[in-house]
Design a protein around this ligand. Sequence first.
Ligand SMILES: Nc1ncnc2c1ncn2[C@@H]1O[C@H](COP(=O)(O)OP(=O)(O)OP(=O)(O)O)[C@@H](O)[C@H]1O
Length: 357
Amino acid sequence: MDVIAAETAVLEAEGLTKHFPLPASGRELLGGHARVVHAVDEVTLTLHRGRVTALVGESGSGKSTVARLLAHLQHRTDGSVRLHGQEVKVRGGRKLRAYCRSVQLIFQDPFASLNPVHTVRYTLSRALRVHGHAGRSRAELDQALTDLLGRVRLTPAEQYLAKFPHELSGGQRQRVAIARALAAQPEVLLADEPVSMLDVSIRLGVLNLLRDLKEQLHLAVLYITHDIASARYFADETLVMYAGRMVEGGPSETVTQHPAHPYTRLLINSAPDPERLGTGFGEYDEDGELTEEEDLGEPPSLVTPPTGCRFHPRCPHVMERCSTETPPRFEVPDPDGAPTTQWAACWLYANEEASAA
Ligand SMILES: Nc1ncnc2c1ncn2[C@@H]1O[C@H](COP(=O)(O)OP(=O)(O)OP(=O)(O)O)[C@@H](O)[C@H]1O
């Protein structure tokens, strides 16, 4: 079947790693041991044209850092990033600028990401000019602005162009932020929790908009969320992160309905109502956080992460090797023997793969 692999790979990351140095104490300086936060370790992923890939995990699991590394807002410690097979260097001059046009990031908080002193017209005109899509006349610029606002369904455009961010609703602001990203005519959208700060009632509209854009413009979308239920609804493929490492991946339907990794199972059981995975979204409290039914427990320290599998101290299926050896990705066999693209970085599947081989 491999529908996912049949799609064109646009953006690929391999072994992506980010360690943030911590201020060293005197003794550490003398001993030459600087401590680091292992925010992201050896993350490998591929984004495909016309597909949404969800990156799911608890707060602090490293999702936003992955997005920032892919957007080149932060330098990676290790690993490589390729756009259409071409490696993108950290200091890449013209090539890096072209990459940054192709790979656009949408932030969680549209209010913070839009300059409050600028109108929608100014914000979008500037983005069009920066990326060379403003046309050669006022009429062409106006047409480009109308097209952009039409794409994000803010119509008629004249009703929005003169507005400042504070005069728009949260959903309208996020649509303007999306329009600004589209002004670059990108191939990849990195959407970091794009709806988690919006009212529950308007989240679906914004997700549907992103899905339509993916279909109309054949965008590759990375959808970062802590709500695995919305990943099932919105994403073609789902990847799960735990404590800086990727632990499971595959078609969203399979990962959410037949989770393989013990952590993914815990994540699903901790969602407010597992039945909701069938219908859409989890419940949120006043702070926009998912309310949890089953306690997820404390994530481990990322300064001294557990050896072997990082989930092993909390895993109900822990085996001896889990605390010493980091599990690679193992294919998760389909119960009916059908071809599958689901994988789990878990020693539970080591034997099954060996016996399948
Ligand atoms: N600039 C930084 N310096 C030091 N540590 C950092 C820095 N940025 C992030 N971290 C740490 O890296 C880890 C991963 O953070 P990240 O923001 O990527 O997680 P996340 O999964 O996106 O969480 P959230 O959903 O809360 O945004 C966290 O432990 C965080 O404290």
